[in-house]
Design a binder for this molecule. Structure first.
Ligand SMILES: Nc1ncnc2c1ncn2[C@@H]1O[C@H](COP(=O)(O)OP(=O)(O)OP(=O)(O)O)[C@@H](O)[C@H]1O
Length: 733
């Protein structure tokens, strides 16, 4: 086992700038080194920015001054007027600028100052990830010296921090899609900025196609007459929609072609250099290489926190443990190393922990998935360790099964990862692969739309009135087979009619719920079978990861505690028992009311109960929050929230009726056959049914490691399948 990992050094600037300049050879190139403004202009521009400095304490005054100076020194600051002019002149503009150059935080403010929010219009900025939407909005509110939720706010699924005064709104791309359902012309927005477009999430791709339609629709009257010339933006009453696409690492030419030869501009320059280091030879064990590099940096480099990119929650938890164990062998002083995990299944509130400074004298090591890859600035990060891998969705259109697999990242992702350093001070990025291996990586990430289950997308498009999904103007078309499979899936769930239209009311109801179609259907079925109260709990609990918590040193106690909740019927009723027991424990102290969950004393009680019962309190709190929000949705939709009481057979019938597409039957060899896909699967060891082997089950999750594992499983009677899904199982035994 190597005791150190050897690295070669390259400067990031060489690789990124050259590439981007090549991309943009035909486009105008801004150089932040050029003097764009005269000094007077600059002062006038700066004078327009308003900071609420009066009445601030000295400390916050100093902070505001520091922030103002930081902002001025950003590469994009010196080309403010030119960027604004380009947005004015072009309906669609592509902006490529290096990581940390100030695109996400500054451009919306420039546009606000330039009058793009006149008449109460909003500037919307979409992000592929919740954590970016939240943290960037916080930063921009701070830069403006205002409270979050006033002029600057954010909106993500299950959380809206905006008000009637909000003018710059950060949000996830998925959320803007939902807004389009209610307002197809997105009429409250004057500008939409699609940030980090290189990520090509399925939502970004659908959004781009949709925004092209919205732009056309807003330039035309109902009789299809062209009303507005976009150059008359400020004089016309009907506002065209301005669209800005941004990233540090996108294929500007491809985007430009797709967006009607849209102009692309390049904001050059970065604030601080990042040294890129490659290993001399390939590393066979990236986890071990990451660990060695963490300690190499910790012991040999100067101050600064470390950001490590790993592939998932389990890996992060195991590296966390290993760092703690290895640190014990160091001198007392060198032991001051603090690990902080961040991955998408963590509740937002806990994800925010990574932004807190480490205690004095400690070095913070953030263990992250690609959730921290784009957009975010994590203060204090000086070193990045990039394993070169990512866990990505993979969809098999033939079987209709989606799973997660670990694959190499693209060059664009490597660039984004290194760009998390060099934002406040110069940085270093340690790539745990050779330069040769880097050269072989794909330029950009395969669009998610080509590798995921499309049921949700198709449902959304149908709800937006786009019936011809295959003919939709996607930047990269998904495979025909994948679209057909999802149409089939939605038809079987009852969301579509035979003609492929959204069914009334089921399809419309499903589209309104911000959930996977199968869960949305589960809630609708449950309201008919008098189990909605139970199903709401199950859907909330299934929306979070790792409800149970087993510290290594207390495995036996944790196992015993878990047994108290376990149901022989399966994981769903087990989760129901956990949720209800937690509510009961609060009710005993008259605190069971959901409204009071934010209260500190309630939180303390709940944490204590979770500790005693080996339940992950953060996951449970998150599930309670999701429960509160979905309850609001189903109540607004007028669904019956009733309970089946003690009749758990009725509830299992409801599970079978809801999740019939995920049924599996036992085979003579003890493995299971998933009935819809024909795949061989086996029960995951974490399931309460592991080792019991019931004849027929339904499950909610497929995890592909070296086996096809299924998780969240319940025992069902196979006859229920033909009772509740005769259209699917009617002719089968
Ligand atoms: N929360 C924060 N704390 C401290 N500094 C910040 C914060 N957010 C942004 N900054 C500063 O503002 C700079 C610009 O950030 P911004 O997110 O606007 O850049 P960007 O060009 O959009 O980068 P990327 O392409 O990586 O998203 C950062 O490099 C950093 O110096």
């Amino acid at each position: 086992m190597p005791s150190s990992v050897l690295f070669e050094v390259r400067r990031q600037a060489e690789e990124s700038v050259e590439k981007l300049v090549n991309h943009d050879r035909d486009h105008k190139v801004f150089n932040s080194g050029d003097s764009v403004f005269s000094d007077k202009d600059k002062m006038r521009e700066q004078g327009k920015r308003k900071f609420s400095w009066r009445n601030e304490t000295d400390e916050s005054f100093a902070r505001m001054r520091k922030i103002a100076q930081q902002r001025k020194s950003l590469p994009i600051a010196s080309v403010e007027r030119r960027v604004v002019d380009e947005v004015r002149k072009n309906d669609t503009l592509i902006i490529v600028g290096e990581t940390g150059s100030g695109k996400t935080t500054q451009l919306p403010q420039f546009l606000f100052n330039a009058g793009f929010c006149r008449d109460g219009k909003l500037i919307g900025v979409t992000q592929p990830r919740r954590v970016a939407a939240v943290t960037v909005a916080k930063r921009v509110a701070e830069e403006c010296g205002i409270e979050l939720g006033q002029k600057v706010g954010y909106s993500i699924r299950f959380e809206d921090v905006t008000s009637s005064t909000t003018r710059i709104k950060y949000m996830t791309d998925g959320l803007l899609l939902r807004e389009a359902l209610l307002d197809p012309r997105l009429s409250k927005y004057s500008v939409i900025i699609v940030d980090e477009a290189h990520e090509r999430t399925v939502h970004t791709d659908v959004l781009l196609g949709l925004l092209k339609n919205v732009q056309r629709a807003r330039l035309r009257s109902p009789t299809n007459q062209c009303l507005v010339d976009s150059k008359d933006f400020h004089t016309s009453k009907v506002l065209p929609l301005k669209l800005v696409i941004m990233s540090a690492s996108l294929d500007a030419r491809g985007f430009s072609e797709y967006l009607g030869n849209a102009k692309a501009v390049h904001v050059q320059g970065r604030q601080f250099p990042v040294d890129i280091l490659y290993t001399y030879s390939p590393e066979s064990d990236y986890i071990d290489a990451a660990l060695i590099t963490i300690f190499q940096i910790h012991l040999e480099e100067g101050p600064g926190d470390i950001l490590v990119f790993l592939t998932g929650q389990e890996e992060i938890e195991s590296v966390e443990r290993l760092v703690r164990e290895r640190a014990l062998h160091l001198s007392e002083d060198s032991r001051k190393i603090l690990t902080v995990p961040v991955y998408s299944a963590l509740p937002s509130e806990q994800q925010m922990q990574v932004f807190r400074p480490a205690p004095d004298g400690f070095r913070k090591v953030i263990l992250a998935t690609n959730i921290a890859e784009t957009s975010v600035t994590i203060p204090g990060i000086r070193f990045v360790i990039d394993t070169g891998l990512v866990k990505a969705r993979s969809f098999n259109p033939r079987t209709g099964m989606e799973s997660l697999v670990i694959i190499p990242i693209s060059k664009a992702q490597a660039l984004q990862r290194s760009g998390r350093a060099g934002r406040e001070v110069p940085g270093k990025c340690f790539r745990l692969y050779t330069e040769d291996e880097f050269g072989k990586l794909a330029e950009s990430t395969i669009p998610e739309i080509k590798r995921c289950n499309l049921s949700n997308v198709v449902l959304q498009l149908k709800a937006l009135g786009i019936d011809d999904v295959i003919g939709f103007d996607f930047m990269d078309k998904p495979s025909r087979m994948a679209v057909v499979k999802s149409l089939e899936h939605l038809y079987v769930l009852g969301a579509l009619t035979v003609e492929g239209k959204l069914s009334d009311p089921v399809g419309f109801q499903m589209a309104r719920l911000p959930l996977d179609p199968i869960y949305a259907k589960g809630l609708i079925v449950a309201s008919k079978l008098n189990c909605l109260e139970e199903m709401l709990i199950i859907v909330s609990m299934l929306s979070v990861e790792s409800i149970f918590y087993s510290p290594r040193e207390k495995m036996e106690e944790a196992r015993a505690a878990r047994k108290c909740f376990a149901s022989q019927e399966g994981d769903h009723i087990t989760l129901l028992n956990v949720y209800r027991a937690s509510v009961e424990s609060l009710e005993k102290s008259r605190m069971g009311n959901q409204e009071t969950i934010r209260d500190k004393t309630v939180e303390k009680k709940l944490n204590k109960w979770c500790r005693e019962n080996f339940i992950n309190s953060r996951s449970l709190r998150h599930a309670r929050e999701i429960h509160r929000q979905i309850l609001g949705h189903v109540q607004n939709m007028g669904l019956n929230v009733t309970s089946c009481g003690q009749d758990m057979d009725q509830f299992r019938r409801c599970l079978a009726a809801s999740f019939f597409l995920n049924a599996a039957v036992k085979q003579p060899d003890g493995l299971y056959r998933a009935m819809a896909s024909g795949q061989t699967v086996q029960i995951h060891p974490s399931s309460v049914l592991f080792g019991t082997k019931p004849d027929c089950i339904i499950f909610n999750e497929l995890v592909r490691t070296n086996h096809n594992y299924i998780r969240n499983i319940s025992r069902i009677d196979p006859l229920w399948l033909s009772e509740f899904a005769p259209h699917y199982y009617g002719n089968k035994e």
